[in-house]
Design a protein around this ligand. Structure first.
Ligand SMILES: [Zn+2]
Length: 479
């Protein structure tokens, strides 16, 4: 890669998306891009991980229409106020002007909840834990960025749960945070779990919890959100249930979403000057087999390469062979390193004669000879090591991007140098907004759950007003 990642991050990011053939952003509508086969496989693998953890905790997948009648979208006032400027409208069917406009969903609360009102009758119908994976549309007026800020979010997993009591709903928030933690751990991403300040919560929610990661240029990227809706939407959409005592009550709700942004973070955080480094969990291939031969050894080497491939395929690994005649082994090494495949398997005459292969790790480029009889065990072990190693390295890297500060000028200086700052806040909204103004940065929020972190804060002072601090906050630049 010709461009340096930390200093010219967006240029680097655009280049890697093109070179590695992940996502083509040259589609003739601003903010919309095309998933190419290699990127599509990464996306599929991410979705498998998301579905696995949701399904095993009793979530069920559904699919709602793309269009939402304007009348539904306008029902919850805070919600529509927040999304009004970003909605794409369908105004015509053929040549006929529609009586009621349809919105391309910017998110699906107002599509799903009227149906919940039809389905939920009694406490026996609860809880409901549904999710869908769809595209959503937002007419972004800020600068768009491929995979980071787009007008068509092609991959939006949104879960919408319904519960009988406030207590049960709080428990669901905790479950969602656990599920998301497992998903992001498996993507080897570092993250902070933060409760957003009140002025930055999801429109229509009581509170929002967000998963934030930090990109190489120091900007925060929100990669997942979990919202406590309380009874705000159920009162608007008349979602009531019959309680065991014969009375009726409005249901309590949560919703939580993940977009394609985690993939942007995986690409950005793990890569090096040679290109991508993909965690085995989402890499399109775990290993690529590259034969090395001269004229006389060709048949033997290719035959043995295929034998190795089939052995690994049978054990459930994703393997690809690169038998292209027109490329040298050296250029293939370079190519698959750039693509980020965790393991390269080299097969030459020496390997054929010794019934072994040479394996090279993408993350640290260590080379080992592996006997064929222990191949499967050894490959699994190497992939595990890479997976864990990437997560540890990324966690450590993010910790180094966060610095503790106690005065405003220091905060501005550190943020200017690409750091996220950890500091303290009195909890007053006005003071929080002033901190944002004076540092020209965003208050990301404070750690969730908060109870565990409270102790440390009792002795600290608010960075702006100097009063006794109530929360430890994170502050910085954001996408
Ligand atoms: Zn203050």
């Amino acid at each position: 890669m010709a461009i340096e990642k930390e200093s010219k991050f967006m240029e680097w990011f655009n280049e890697i998306l093109q070179t590695a053939e992940i996502y083509d952003y040259r589609y003739p509508i601003k903010g919309m891009g095309v998933w190419r086969p290699y990127g599509f496989l990464m996306r599929e693998n991410m979705l498998k991980i998301i579905r696995k953890y949701l399904n095993e905790t009793g979530h069920q997948e559904v699919l709602f229409p793309l269009l939402i009648p304007e009348t539904n979208l306008r029902k919850e006032s805070e919600h529509i106020t927040a999304f009004e400027e970003e909605v794409y409208w369908v105004t015509h069917g053929g040549k006929d002007k529609l009586k009621i406009k349809y919105a391309l969903r910017p998110t699906s609360e107002t599509a799903i909840y009227p149906m919940y009102a039809l389905w939920i009758r009694s406490y026996k119908d609860l809880p409901i834990k549904y999710y869908q994976v769809v595209n959503i549309f937002r007419y972004e007026t800020k600068t768009t960025r491929p995979l980071i800020r787009v007008r068509e979010v092609t991959t939006f997993k949104e879960a919408h749960t319904v519960h009988a009591t406030r207590q049960e709903t709080e428990e669901q928030i905790k479950e969602a945070v656990q599920v998301y933690s497992k998903i992001f751990d498996e993507l080897a991403l570092p993250y902070l779990v933060l409760k957003r300040p009140a002025w930055d919560k999801f429109a229509g929610s009581e509170y929002s919890v967000a998963f934030d990661t930090i990109m190489p240029n120091g900007k925060r990227l929100q990669i997942g959100t979990v919202h406590f809706l309380g009874q705000n939407f159920s009162k608007v959409f008349e979602i009531k249930y019959l309680k065991p005592d014969g009375s009726h009550e409005y249901v309590y709700q949560t919703c939580y979403g993940i977009s394609s942004r985690p993939l942007a973070a995986v690409i950005a955080i793990h890569s090096d000057e040679r290109g991508l480094i993909l965690p085995p969990s989402i890499s399109p291939y775990h290993a690529v087999i590259i034969p090395i031969y001269y004229k006389e050894g060709k048949e033997k080497v290719l035959g043995y390469s295929l034998k190795i491939k089939n052995k690994l395929l049978k054990s459930g690994f994703r393997v690809k062979e690169d038998f292209r005649e027109e490329e040298t082994p050296g250029s293939k090494f370079y190519f698959w390193e750039m693509k980020g495949i965790p393991l390269r398997i080299e097969v030459g005459m020496e390997e054929v004669n010794n019934q072994s292969v040479t394996v090279v790790r993408r993350d640290n480029r260590q080379k080992v000879r592996v006997e064929e009889n222990i191949l499967v065990t050894k490959i699994r072990e190497l992939l595990d090591k890479i997976q864990k190693g990437l997560k540890e390295k990324a966690d450590k890297w993010m910790q180094e991007k966060i610095v503790e500060v106690h005065d405003l000028r220091d905060a501005v200086e550190k943020i200017g140098r690409g750091f996220v700052v950890k500091t303290w806040w009195c909890g007053e909204e006005k003071c929080g907004r002033d901190i944002e103004d004076k540092t020209n940065a965003k208050v990301f929020g404070f750690p969730f759950p908060w109870e565990e972190k409270q102790k440390e804060t009792s002795s600290k002072k608010c960075i702006l007003c100097g009063k006794k601090a109530k929360f430890n906050i994170f502050l910085g630049k954001s996408y």
